[in-house]
Design a binder for this molecule. Structure first.
Ligand SMILES: Cc1ncc(COP(=O)(O)O)c(C=O)c1O
Length: 389
């Protein structure tokens, strides 16, 4: 079944880009952990590396076009402009750019929710040493308390930053960024920072409509891209008001001209490239371009509808089999993660899945299943059957 999904042909995509998924080698349900590289991405990185092996074939414009293409694709993903994108090597680096460049001072408050992935915790906690106050709004059960967060945004004195994951890493709870963004804007003087890695590539994103200020995203999961690729999107007005920290050698204007390297002048680029620390992994961004291009060509709306259908199938199967979920069932609150409490011991259940070739992760006591664009409902149902035995 699932042969015809509105918008694209899942079986054809699977055959072309993830052929191992067809022959029963593996049932891969761990895109919240590691995104498997599509065939076209392997081809793109290999082609770049082939030139790198013979660097006399490489030209500077060719190398740098890979990066400008990557910025343009990242901009399309988030609904922003390429000038607002700085390429980064992972999510954490982008969060650090936010934490450092905002130049918070003693007494300034950074507000977040509890149970965040550490990438969006330590760069802020590190500021406590200089007197910045880092505050977490408690969860209700395992899920973030969005009402309490919005209330705290309105009332917390000296609030300067709100920073959250769009989608929680363990149970996949999706925050309403539009609501939080509106609360930040209504308060005024607050920078809204988002770790988007568990949502981008699954759910359409609109940074402008949702009033996000800074978004950080690694591309190694749902964007199906090589490790070492990711980016920061930053609202244009903010880009131009912040100094880079750390400072790359191509952060200033004029540094594209390699004949004038010693004409030192600190006049930052007026775009987000001021935050990039060159050199970047060109070959991996060639892969990023192939992977993100594939997702954009498929249409993030189509990808979302497909993954939503897979999760629907999983939710139905869980209820039929009497399995409890720790991920939300409300469509507005989920992205690509189905977190299931297995029958019996989670370690034993995980071993059962592994023995049957079902790749998954265990987070906070639940088995985390995370299907993507080329999975079919049988993949998810198979995993749930194994968790119920
Ligand atoms: C919410 C979230 N942020 C960040 C990361 C990873 O950060 P990085 O891209 O810096 O490795 C993960 C990975 O599990 C995650 O779930």
């Amino acid at each position: 079944m699932t042969a015809t999904i509105p918008g694209y042909d899942v079986q054809a995509l699977r055959a072309a880009e993830w052929p191992w998924a067809l022959d029963g080698t593996a049932t891969y349900l761990n895109h919240a952990g590691i995104g498997p590289l599509p065939e076209r991405t392997l081809t793109a990185t290999a082609a770049f590396n082939r030139m790198r092996a013979e660097p006399f074939r490489l030209t500077v414009p060719f190398q740098f076009k890979v990066l400008s293409d990557a910025r343009a694709l990242a901009a399309r993903l988030v609904g922003g402009h390429a000038d607002e994108v700085a390429l980064m090597v992972n999510t954490t680096y982008g969060i650090n750019v936010a934490a450092r460049c905002l130049e918070l001072t003693a007494g300034d408050v950074v507000l977040t929710v509890d149970r965040e992935f550490p990438a969006n915790v330590y760069p802020w906690m590190a500021l406590e040493k200089q007197g910045v106050v880092y505050t977490r709004v408690q969860c209700v059960g395992d899920w973030p308390d969005e009402d309490a967060l919005v209330a705290a945004i309105a009332t917390t004195p000296r609030l300067k930053v709100v920073t959250v994951s769009w989608v929680g890493f363990a149970n996949g709870y999706r925050l309403d960024l539009a609501r939080i963004g509106a609360a930040c804007r209504a308060r005024g003087g607050v920078t809204f920072v988002v770790d988007a890695i568990q949502g981008l590539g699954v759910v359409p994103m609109d940074v402008r409509a949702w009033q996000v200020d800074i978004l950080a995203c690694g591309a190694q999961k749902w964007l199906l891209s090589p490790w070492g690729t990711g980016f920061v999107w930053m609202r244009r007005e903010l880009v131009q008001s912040l100094d880079p920290n750390p400072v790359g050698w191509m952060a200033p204007e004029g540094t594209d001209d390699f004949s004038k390297m010693l004409d030192y002048s600190i006049s930052w680029r007026d775009n987000a490239r001021r935050f990039e620390v060159i050199s970047l992994p060109f070959q991996d961004f060639a892969g990023f371009n192939a992977s993100v291009g594939l997702l954009l060509d498929t249409g993030i709306g189509n990808v979302h509808a497909h993954i939503e259908g897979l999760l629907d199938a999983g939710i139905d199967a869980a209820s039929r089999l009497g399995l409890r979920l720790t991920s939300p069932v409300d469509k507005a609150r989920r992205a690509g993660i189905l977190a299931v409490v297995p029958r019996g011991d989670s370690g034993a259940a995980s071993r059962r899945l592994t023995a049957a070739g079902v790749t998954h992760s265990v987070r906070e006591g639940s088995v985390r299943l995370s299907p993507h664009v080329y999975n079919v409902a049988e993949d998810v149902e198979r995993a749930l059957q194994l968790l119920a035995t």
